[in-house]
Design a protein around this ligand. Structure first.
Ligand SMILES: Nc1ncnc2c1ncn2[C@@H]1O[C@H](COP(=O)(O)OP(=O)(O)OP(=O)(O)O)[C@@H](O)[C@H]1O
Length: 304
């Protein structure tokens, strides 16, 4: 897929070659590093960070069709996300939640036919998928893709350096990158062995989700879109992933989560909960909306 997450922003061909000896060295060195020296970003139990009022993302009347068939799936989505906020989008199966997030990152299956999206003051829709990623937009997919032949370590280093280059920063060297990764792995309770494995190849569902959050932690995105990050996670993994996401929240970034379940929203507390129906947001409230939904189903909130 040629979407805009870091997964799709970098071609394998452009991968810098990392000497095999690094790989051998990585594991033991990183383990020591992780054990001995680094602070764990454990995160608070609540996700709401009080931030400024600065608008990070402004979506107005967004319409989009399936490119191949011309079928309209988004019928005018409106959403404003400010720095420091956590937004949750809920909605029945097929209501357009994933389509909305994929359109935001520039998925090639969809074409925008109306509306506007301003991200950090710039027209997001004019940017290529990888430019969106470099600008600080990150999406964790419902089903993260596998990238055979590229190790997680190489991939994340490439992704981070591509973003740094775009922002006029010097690339991080592999050795420095190990240090940078240590606390992030620790926060997610991930074994450093995952760095040597090819991206998501053979990972369990839960391991893929943790790995997505690791990528997010590495890139320090300004807006993270997490599509059903809770699906397929066991109870402990859900705690770890939530805690890691909470630890990444800062007053100047934001999270947009798609979820079906109130449980995630108890762990990462949203500032706003939106209900999507038929390709648009039809209701917005606070976390009590998710509770209502959990207790009474969609009929309990169908006064829209
Ligand atoms: N590329 C596509 N081609 C045809 N139809 C599509 C395409 N992408 C999405 N759709 C359709 O658009 C509708 C919305 O899909 P979407 O995946 O956005 O729903 P969702 O709200 O995320 O659902 P779920 O909760 O089940 O994940 C569905 O009916 C889906 O089949």
């Amino acid at each position: 897929m040629a979407g805009a997450s870091i997964s799709s922003s970098f071609t394998v061909a452009s991968s810098p070659s990392i000497r095999p000896s690094y790989r051998v060295w990585t594991r033991s060195r990183l383990r020591n590093f992780t054990r001995a020296t680094l602070t764990i970003d454990s995160g608070a139990s609540g996700g709401v960070v009080s931030g400024s009022e600065k608008v990070l993302l402004e979506v107005k009347g967004l319409k989009a069709v399936v490119k191949e068939s011309g079928k309209e799936l988004l019928h005018g989505v409106d959403l404003t996300v400010r720095e420091g906020e956590v937004h949750a989008i809920m909605g029945k199966n097929g209501s357009g939640k994933s389509t909305f997030s994929k359109v935001l990152v520039g998925h090639p299956d969809y074409e925008v036919t109306g509306g506007s999206v301003i991200f950090k003051g710039e027209d997001l829709l004019e940017k290529e998928p990888e430019e969106r990623s470099h600008a600080g937009l990150f999406m964790s997919f419902q089903s993260p893709i596998e990238i055979p032949g590229v190790s997680n370590f190489e991939f994340m280093l490439m992704a981070l350096n591509a973003r740094r280059e775009k922002n006029g920063l010097k690339p991080i060297e592999p050795l420095e990158f190990y240090g940078y990764l240590g606390p992030k792995l620790a926060a997610l309770k991930m074994d450093p062995v995952f760095l040597d494995r090819n991206v998501n190849e053979g990972f369990s569902g839960g391991e893929k989700k943790r790995n997505e959050i690791l990528q997010l932690a590495v890139l320090e995105a300004d807006l993270a879109i997490l599509d059903e990050v809770d699906s397929g996670l066991d109870v402990d993994a859900l705690q770890d992933v939530s805690s890691a996401v909470n630890g990444l929240l800062k007053p100047n970034n934001a999270v947009l989560m798609i979820t079906h379940y109130q449980r995630l929203l108890e762990l990462i507390q949203p500032s706003f909960v939106h209900i999507m129906e038929g390709g648009k947001i039809v209701k917005t409230g606070d976390s009590s909306l998710a509770k209502q939904l959990d207790e009474g189903g969609y009929k309990a909130i169908s006064s829209v």
